[in-house]
Design a protein around this ligand. Structure first.
Ligand SMILES: [Fe+2]
Ligand SMILES: [Fe+2]
Length: 223
């Protein structure tokens, strides 16, 4: 019996030691993970900074042009008006692209399309989707985020190509179809829900506009 008690006590002591060791391991693992996370965040910042420095000249030029165009524009009435205006502009650019034969013109317009979509996706992801996720059907917002990721992949591929390369036109076409589908879902499903949500769309419109101006200035090398 005494032997059994001793065994129990030993077992309990072993458990405690094991538990302390697990706690130590888990703390060390947490610290290591935090370190890795911090390292990853710093690496991501460096990557963003270097990406900013090495922005293709065509994209930087398109950003400066868009920045200049925005100086004369009055701000749309609210967030939905601003985003719809962006949608119409990019649709028009895709239509224009289909009419082009000249490769330098295609490259210039594709750079503008990719830039517009990049800035549009960024401002939506930074300022619209987080409150929308809280206020409206969250599946709609999650799907939109996944669709943005798919579009970004195609944008990166197009930006790395020349119009003379095989599949260039096909990639721009698929991107336009992709965007058409995404825009339809935003305008027919997400925006009506936003209208009846508690989000202050006028204030959000101003924030979106401000961020857009800021991003274009930075991409164009002004900030
Ligand atoms: Fe959009
Ligand atoms: Fe979107």
């Amino acid at each position: 019996m005494a032997q059994r008690t001793k065994t129990k006590s030993q077992t309990s002591s072993r458990k405690k030691t094991a538990s302390r060791s697990t706690t130590r391991r888990s703390t060390t693992a947490k610290r290591a993970a935090a370190g890795r996370k911090g390292g990853r965040a710093r690496a991501a910042q460096r990557k963003t900074a270097s990406r900013r420095r090495s922005l293709p000249p065509a994209i930087a030029k398109a950003a400066r042009e868009m920045s200049r165009m925005m100086e004369g524009l009055s701000a749309p009435s609210d967030a939905i008006a601003l985003l719809k205006q962006d949608h119409r502009e990019v649709e028009a650019m895709f239509q224009q692209f289909e009419q082009l034969d000249s490769k330098p013109e295609k490259a210039k317009l594709a750079a503008k399309i990719c830039l517009s979509l990049t800035v549009h996706a960024l401002i939506e992801e930074e300022l619209l989707y987080p409150p929308a996720h809280e206020e409206i059907e969250e599946d709609l917002v999650d799907e939109a985020i996944v669709e943005h990721a798919g579009a970004k992949q195609l944008i990166a591929e197009i930006e790395a190509m020349k119009p003379s390369e095989h599949l260039y036109d096909a990639k721009v076409k698929v991107l336009s179809e992709y965007v058409k589908h995404h825009v339809k879902e935003e305008e027919n499903e997400m925006f009506p829900q936003l209208r009846s949500s508690g989000i202050d769309l006028e204030d959000l419109g101003e924030q979106l506009m401000q961020r857009k101006v800021e991003l274009l200035a930075r991409m164009g090398g002004k900030a």
